[in-house]
Design a protein around this ligand. Structure first.
Ligand code: FCB
Length: 479
């Protein structure tokens, strides 16, 4: 069975700043983020919230980006997805920079604009070395034939906005509260306005925020694959953070569109394929509710201004002034099998279990290629805007399963585009190179290129050749 992709399909690989930049020189190391502090705290490590690995022993993309981009281009891809580190650009606070904040009727922040005075203040605060370096990186991508997909925010917050350990220890009673604080929305709006003006000419496609629901759930409730700062356990905070992230997307979207009206700007998310563990109605309801809470709650708020405060799947407030999105970015990795714990509540009120994987990756994520098709169909039919697959990949240190993983996922994706005319515009494989996998450190190997962390040498994996064949031919065949 063979499928063909559209001629103008975007083929790419993806990485993020924090996960790849550090390791090659003192300049490559940046200490001013919550994630850096979090991964260096002995206490957090003793609590088992992070591995013993340190991000500064990583890939060194900061210095080795030319080699990595050349490797990316050698796969026959035509685009690369990277992110910029907010705190590298603004190592000191921007809170005093003058701006106009607009609120909607519900009091939420739907506009943050710096006028000339604010703009010149913020430009003085920007770290020019970092700005220049990022511009050179983007320039180089173009030079080797890769368009630039830029994620503005891929998780680390500046320390001046978030004290993760203090917030963790005080149960959010003290310390800078990151996404729990609407000041972070305001500063993100400024950062977006600055970034759009500064990098706008070099960027082809923008994503405002990578996986807002993962930031909220892993940071404030639970996560089988590893907790994120500040690792609190309070479901109410999950939705407070998601609401702030919906507003953050809105202010960033608007600011980027003003500076770059013809560039697509979108939001990303990571929907698994939630599947009922059996065909009984309780498991089906539980799977549907998991899907709603995990992804639809946020997308309904950010794209349509529908807020559901009591989590009963019915919006109780319509907020105005939300920006919407030009596309939805989907990061698809796994199936999650859901089983209801009770017959009484039809699987509602978080009363469900997640079952172990059947075909497992090193991360114990369940491989289910057909799921990419189900997720794309669900998201498109619900939100009716174009889609990019911004991440799809596998932790597989032996490279034993990756080739088949790529072929089968791309087969299902191509088939869905072909048979159902769903506008999926591109596919970015996670990841170009092995990298620092957040709470798990270097143990999870997602790269098409293997990295030897003692020499920082890159080696092309067998599966990268399979991916290259698909990108070059624009078609994929499975038996
Ligand atoms: C996604 C993240 C990315 C990487 C992959 C494995 O959720 O966006 O940074 O960690 O998972």
């Amino acid at each position: 069975m063979k499928v063909k992709f559209p001629r103008d399909f975007v083929w790419g690989t993806a990485i993020s700043a924090f996960q790849t930049e550090m390791g090659s020189s003192e300049e490559s190391i940046f200490r001013g983020t919550d994630w850096f502090q979090w991964t260096h705290s002995d206490q957090i490590r003793k609590e088992g919230l992070v591995s013993a690995d340190r991000p500064e022993h990583g890939d060194g993309f900061w210095d080795l980006y030319k080699e990595d981009m050349l490797n990316a281009a050698s796969l026959g891809t035509n685009s690369i997805r990277i992110s910029i580190e907010w705190a590298r650009i603004f190592p000191l606070t921007t809170e005093q920079v003058e701006c106009i904040v607009t609120r909607n009727q519900a009091g939420g922040i739907v506009g943050v604009v710096m006028m000339e005075k604010g703009m010149s203040e913020i430009e003085k605060l920007a770290n020019q070395v970092a700005v220049k370096h990022y511009l050179e990186m983007m320039d180089h991508a173009k030079r080797v034939g890769l368009s630039v997909f830029l994620t503005l925010y891929h998780w680390p917050l500046p320390l001046w906005l978030h004290d993760p350990v203090e917030v963790h220890n005080s149960n959010a009673e003290s310390g800078k509260k990151g996404w729990l604080d609407e000041q972070t929305v305001i500063e993100f709006g400024k950062f977006a306005q600055f970034a759009a003006k500064t990098f706008g000419k070099a960027v082809d496609i923008w994503e405002t925020i990578n996986e807002p629901e993962v930031i909220a759930i892993n940071g404030y409730y639970s996560a089988p694959s590893g907790r994120f700062p500040p690792a609190l356990d309070n479901p109410a905070l999950v939705f407070e953070v998601e609401r702030n992230l919906a507003y953050a997307h809105t202010v960033a979207y608007k600011n980027i569109k003003i500076a770059c009206p013809s560039s697509p700007v979108g939001i990303g998310c990571a929907p698994p394929c939630f599947s009922p563990a059996s065909d009984n109605v309780y498991d089906s309801n539980a799977a549907e509710y998991a899907r709603y809470l995990n992804n639809e709650w946020f997308l309904n708020a950010a794209l349509s201004g529908l807020l559901d405060q009591d989590l009963d799947e019915v919006a109780d407030q319509r907020i105005d002034g939300m920006s919407g999105s030009d596309f939805i970015g989907i990061d698809y990795y796994q199936r999650v099998r859901v089983s209801s714990k009770s017959e009484q509540n039809h699987g509602k009120n978080l009363n469900f279990d997640i079952l172990p994987c059947i075909d497992c990756t090193d991360f114990q994520w369940d491989i289910f290629p057909e799921g990419i098709s189900q997720v794309v169909r669900w998201i498109f039919h619900k939100y009716r805007i174009p889609i990019y697959i911004l991440e799809n990949g596998i932790a597989d240190s032996s490279d034993f399963k990756r080739s088949r993983f790529i072929q089968e996922h791309l087969f299902w994706l191509g088939k869905t585009i072909q048979d159902e005319e769903i506008p999926v515009k591109g596919y970015y494989h996670w990841s170009l190179v092995d990298n620092f996998e957040w709470a798990k450190g270097f143990s999870m190997r997602f790269g098409l290129f293997e990295v030897d962390y003692s020499t920082r040498e890159r080696k092309k994996r067998q599966s990268a050749t399979i991916f290259e064949g698909i990108c070059r031919s624009g078609e994929v065949e499975v038996s």
